[in-house]
Design a protein around this ligand. Structure first.
Ligand code: GTP
Ligand code: MG
Ligand code: ZN
Length: 335
């Protein structure tokens, strides 16, 4: 029997099937495999144990998409929710979410909530200008405005709602769909930050082809898993430039004679600031790789100087090239 994981609580996986909802555990073969199932995954469910009533997931079916923060599979787009106020709009955090979606090849749609808290005309204009290449929706979950723009966007998609805590992800879903009753909670009076009300990702079926995933708010995305020259791929501002800059590893930040030299002032200052920060984080990753590779090289050199007796191929030291590749893979696939 096949089904879709809608919720995960520690070792328990809740799987929606044509015969109803099952609480399942992972078969050893899946548990020992590297990639564990996520919410949104299609899985094969083994027949339920008659005595204990326990079901088991025995196979993870191929994924169309996957995202590790928050953990979700098979989503077709992400609704990045920000609040215009309470908590204040944080452009850098927004850029982090957008860049992370771009990295995972998931279409971002931008939602700006709590539109009722003030007159945001100037801020709205600024947002529309900066993010003109993305779909933008302004909402108030409280007054239920903007929902008419949101509904058609969600239709026939599996949409992950993500963003910082307290911006109103669960409130938006409650406002859109009756009877959901997702838990929501006031932002802290002192810090004006969310209090992490939603604790787990949850896939909610709206109709046969429409799903939404509510997720816990977070704000600790860092770009320490890719190379500095790759960060530009996550910013639409640089995409049109691809072929034009003659320097292979150019970050386009301050290099002279870089194709972007004259265009730097045309990119929005907040976007450029975010870009520079992410490149900085990626540089640390590059350093880490360099240091680890050096350590391996030193070890190999040391071993080569020793008189090593022949050992079976199974136990033999991996080649330097292989070592580098493994190290690269390890770092690159890191969450
Ligand atoms: N004024 C106003 N308040 C809102 C709106 N949307 C949500 N809120 C309030 O903001 C607070 C946080 O909303 P939640 O829906 O819990 O936020 P969340 O993004 O799900 O937060 P986490 O689950 O912690 O990630 C609640 O007190 C909501 O009532 C809105 O459009 N306008
Ligand atoms: Mg929530
Ligand atoms: Zn350049």
């Amino acid at each position: 029997m096949q089904g879709k994981i809608i919720r995960i609580h520690s070792d328990f996986y809740y799987v929606d099937t044509e015969k109803g909802l099952f609480e399942a555990k992972l078969r050893d073969i899946i548990r020992k495999a590297k990639n564990h199932p996520y919410v949104g995954d299609d899985v094969v469910l083994e027949s339920v144990d008659e005595n204990s009533g326990q079901a088991f997931i025995s196979e993870l079916l191929p994924r169309k998409t996957v995202i590790n923060k928050p953990k979700a599979a098979n989503i077709t787009q992400a609704l990045i929710v920000s609040a215009l106020k309470s908590p204040d709009l944080d452009f850098e955090q927004l850029d982090r979410f957008i860049a992370y979606c771009e990295y995972n090849k998931i279409k971002p749609v931008l939602c700006f909530n709590k539109d009722d808290l003030d007159d945001f005309s100037a801020l709205r204009e600024q947002i529309t200008e900066i993010y003109k290449l993305y779909d933008i929706i302004f909402t108030s979950a409280l007054l239920k405005t903007g929902l008419e723009d949101l509904l058609p966007t969600l239709k026939n998609n599996t949409t992950l709602l993500c963003g910082c805590s307290g911006v109103g992800k669960s409130s938006i879903l409650n406002a859109l769909f009756d009877n959901l009753n997702l838990r929501t909670k006031k932002v802290s009076g002192k810090t004006q930050k969310g209090v992490h009300t939603t604790r787990h990702c949850e896939l909610i079926k709206i109709d046969e082809n429409t799903f939404v995933v509510d997720s816990p708010g977070f704000s600790n995305l860092t770009f320490d898993f890719l190379l500095p020259s790759e960060v530009q791929k996550l910013f639409f501002e640089f995409k049109s430039l691809k072929e034009k800059c003659k320097f292979k590893d150019c970050t386009h930040i301050n290099e002279i004679e870089c194709a972007f030299e004259h265009l730097r002032s045309s990119i929005s200052p907040t976007r450029f600031e975010s870009y520079k920060k992410f490149v900085g984080e990626a540089k640390k990753f590059k350093e880490r790789i360099k240091v680890s590779t050096q350590k391996i090289e030193d070890k190999i050199k040391y071993n080569l100087n020793k008189n090593i007796t022949k050992i079976s191929s199974r136990k033999r030291q991996t080649s330097r090239k292989q070592d580098k590749q493994n190290l690269w893979k390890e770092n690159y696939n890191e969450e």
